[in-house]
Design a protein around this ligand. Structure first.
Ligand SMILES: [Zn+2]
Ligand SMILES: [Zn+2]
Length: 293
């Protein structure tokens, strides 16, 4: 059998969200790995895109401007990838700011809840732990454990932080249809990321969901992803073909912040051919025909 093809990676995080490498470092790394193209898809921000594209031009690596949005989905976790978004689109920038503001308010509320529960904690401590990255519940958990209010991270989640728990505050998220609308407004193509995190969908429910999302503007689905089993991959590929969605694939690279994941690599036999990018470009042309690209 031919060696698996590793030419692109369409799902990459940088220090603009929760990756450990700056956009320029990611580009250098991708170049070293022999890749031809990557998409920078940070969580709810496009702040790493420009630096990444500049570095890409300098080192002749194709960098696709992207984003990964967490959207509202009650049954599990739904992330949408946006490819070829214009990072300067005013509406996109404004919507992302709403998300960031929501995140900041959530952190303040969670600190307040914990204080009310008798936990000695303040926001600067949480911020200190998160460094330049985005603050999340694991940071709160670590402080709770350090200060002896819980025995372990799991215990901190069980006592305080689990969904619905006494210190838990819901995150602000846009509904998927709205997120897809502003991705399109920014010239981007929306794809459903790692469908396995949608969770506990009964037989046929994923297909119904894909049909719904497609009506609202979904263009692609992430088929190649390190956590997908062969069976899942087959199902997602089938859905892509049936509903004429482009196939995306990436490692969800986070640098040192996610162990065991390398750029352009997932499971042993996972393929990341440049063909994925060609198809994406064809689609973009067809979709935005007549507009200046
Ligand atoms: Zn994700
Ligand atoms: Zn991701």
């Amino acid at each position: 059998m031919a060696e698996s093809v590793k030419e692109v990676d369409l799902h990459v995080h940088t220090t603009a969200s929760d990756g450990s490498m700056s956009p320029a470092e990611v580009v250098t790394h991708a170049k070293e790995k022999g890749l031809r193209a990557i998409a920078i898809t940070d969580h709810d921000t496009v702040e790493g895109v420009e630096e990444g594209m500049r570095a890409g031009r300098e080192s002749r690596l194709e960098v696709i401007p992207g984003v990964e949005l967490s959207v509202d989905f009650s049954k599990g976790t739904m992330h949408l990838l946006g490819y070829y978004i214009d990072p300067h689109c005013a509406e996109l920038v404004e919507k992302l700011m709403v998300v960031q503001r929501g995140r900041a308010e959530r952190n303040i509320k969670m600190v307040k809840r914990l204080q009310d529960l008798g936990v000695d904690i303040d926001l600067s401590e949480v911020r200190g732990l998160a460094g330049h990255g985005q603050i999340g519940r694991p940071h709160f958990a670590r402080i709770i454990v350090q200060k002896g209010y819980a025995r372990s991270i799991q215990d901190a989640f069980d006592r305080f932080l689990h969904k619905g728990g006494p210190a838990y505050v819901e995150k602000f998220r846009f509904p998927p249809e709205e997120a897809m609308r502003f991705i399109a407004k920014a010239g981007g193509l929306a794809a459903l990321a790692h469908p396995f995190t949608l969770n506990k969908l009964q037989e046929g429910e994923l297909e119904d969901l894909v049909v719904e999302l497609k009506k609202e503007g979904l263009e692609g689905i992430e088929v190649y992803y390190p956590d997908h089993t062969e069976e899942q991959r087959r199902l997602y590929r089938y859905l892509a073909q049936k509903y004429k969605l482009f196939i995306a694939g990436g490692s969800d690279f986070h640098g040192l912040n996610r162990e065991g994941v390398e750029l352009g690599e997932g499971l042993r036999d996972m393929e990341f051919p440049y063909r994925l990018v060609e198809e994406l470009k064809r689609r973009r042309k067809a979709l935005f025909r007549g507009k200046n690209l």
